[in-house]
Design a protein around this ligand. Sequence first.
Ligand code: NAD
Length: 261
Amino acid sequence: MAITTSLDGKTAVITGSNSGIGLGIAREMARAGADVVLNSFTDNDEDHALAAGLAKEFGVTARYIQADMSKADQCRGLIEKAGRCDILINNAGIQHVAPVEEFPTEKWDAIIAINLNSAFHTIAAALPMMRKAGWGRVINIASAHGLTASPYKSAYIAAKHGIVGLTKTVGLETAEDPITSNAICPGYVLTPLVEAQIPDQMKTHNMGRDEVVRDVMLARQPSKEFATVEQMGGTAVFLCSDAAAQITGTTISVDGGWTAL
Ligand code: NAD
């Protein structure tokens, strides 16, 4: 059988995709021919313009659907409104950096809700559609922090370890179906999420910006380079290809060697 990476005729729903890695993955999905559903909790003209831009550039159908991934009913509602979901990318995520004794409970709850619980709800809503369609791909954006830990990121690390466990479980529950479930574990990618944590890291580590980037962030990555959103998108397209049909219940690290150390 010829191996294909074309996603013509598939619909990809990408949570948290008006920025950063999610938008990068949406672009690569559209480039591969998939219709795409973009999402975030906002509902601005700019959000809808992003979808219109992808439709124009790649000749696919692209929609923006507002839904707050911290709310169970809105997670499930996103999949229902999409109407079809062959490829589900759970990407929405937030971060907060603080020592565990000072970690605000509301930040803990929000991180667990958006970074972990949302994936449970979207997967539960999407699996019946995938089973009916006879094909499906679940891709959860975990993190190198889903496989390792760092100080001051307790909620994020707990959520990312949790999503790796959820990924494996869904892989086993769908193993006999033409559905796969995998997690991508990025190292550092210079997105708004990472930019926003630099001032907190400067405070908690008592360092300047350049030292935080070099000694806290890139020190973890033997490549000494940030990964890119295009590389995350390309990895997601690969996981949707025929070549990856037997890859399930596992994690793919795109981290410049971080987890090999
Ligand atoms: P980002 O801030 O650019 O993107 C986060 C996205 O999530 C945005 O589109 C945002 O609107 C959306 N979002 C936030 N709260 C939401 C909510 N309540 N409902 C719906 N959408 C919501 O950051 P990013 O770096 O692109 O992060 C994307 C994913 O990649 C996250 O899950 C993050 O944990 C993961 N990740 C990022 C890195 C990195 O270095 N950037 C590394 C590993 C993993």
